[in-house]
Design a protein around this ligand. Structure first.
Ligand code: HPA
Length: 241
């Protein structure tokens, strides 16, 4: 049955969904990386696709920008379309001097300035964590393919244009690797809905050095992350069976 934001029927989505932020990126993944892909929904231009990778069904659904948007799609996928696993594939701004542009980070922990997790999880004492076995799968795939995968704490913010210019230093001091805008919602909802989740981000800009990826770098980095996440997705599909 359709939901308010996804015009599809049960069976249209695979159990494992890749979730970029940008709808055009979802279309690109489906067209360039999946076999036999078909569009399954287009409400508000949030275009979702299902196809296959190495014979395994995989879906792609965009989150839009920020936790309120992401939470709508995540909740509807988990609750109404029998989606078991959502793997976010996004970009982030780096705080850590140890990260360079194009580096890939698996969010093994998440902090946030959003009230959403506290509200969803029923109080201020919560952890925002990926599904441990899914994080382990990502680490295995990275080892097998010689891909460097950083792991650490990601800051999910509600505010892109941060007014507090002491924030960067505090994040560096606390060992936070990078900032993005969706992971906290994904991890909180995976917990409340008893589902599985992992957030993978590549560094698109460095908040300390001020460097940014060129459009060409963005594209090739994106292809690298898509290939990596698809390998993780098919292993995950075999695990959840
Ligand atoms: N802030 C928040 N989200 C982001 C950033 C940033 O600097 N870069 C990529 N996603």
């Amino acid at each position: 049955m359709s939901t308010p934001h996804i015009d599809a029927v049960l069976g249209d989505f695979a159990p494992v969904v890749l979730m970029p932020g940008d709808p055009r990126r979802a279309a690109y993944i489906a067209e360039e990386h999946l076999a036999e892909s078909r569009q399954v929904t287009d409400v508000r231009n949030a275009i979702g696709f299902t196809g296959s990778y190495e014979g395994i069904p995989i879906s792609v659904m965009p989150s839009g920008m920020g936790m309120p948007s992401a939470a709508i799609y995540i909740t509807e996928l988990y609750r109404s379309f029998e989606v078991e696993t959502i793997i976010r594939i996004g970009t982030a701004g780096a705080f850590s001097p140890e990260l360079d542009l194009r580096d890939m980070v698996a969010a093994s922990n998440c902090i946030t300035n959003s009230r959403m997790p506290e509200y969803l999880l029923g109080g201020p004492d919560y952890d925002l964590l990926p599904t441990p076995s899914l994080l382990a799968t990502a680490a295995d795939v990275a080892n097998e393919h010689g891909v460097e995968l950083h792991q650490g704490t990601v800051f999910s913010t509600d505010i892109f244009y941060e007014p507090d210019d002491t924030l960067n230093d505090r994040m560096i001091g606390d060992g936070v690797l990078c900032v993005e805008m969706e992971t906290a919602a994904l991890y909180a909802l995976a917990e409340t809905e008893r589902k599985r989740a992992l957030s993978l981000v590549t560094i698109s800009d460095h908040l300390i050095t001020g460097s940014r990826m060129t459009p060409e770098e963005r594209q090739s980095t994106l292809d690298q992350m898509i290939s990596f996440s698809l390998k993780v997705a098919i292993k995950e599909a075999a695990i959840i069976g």
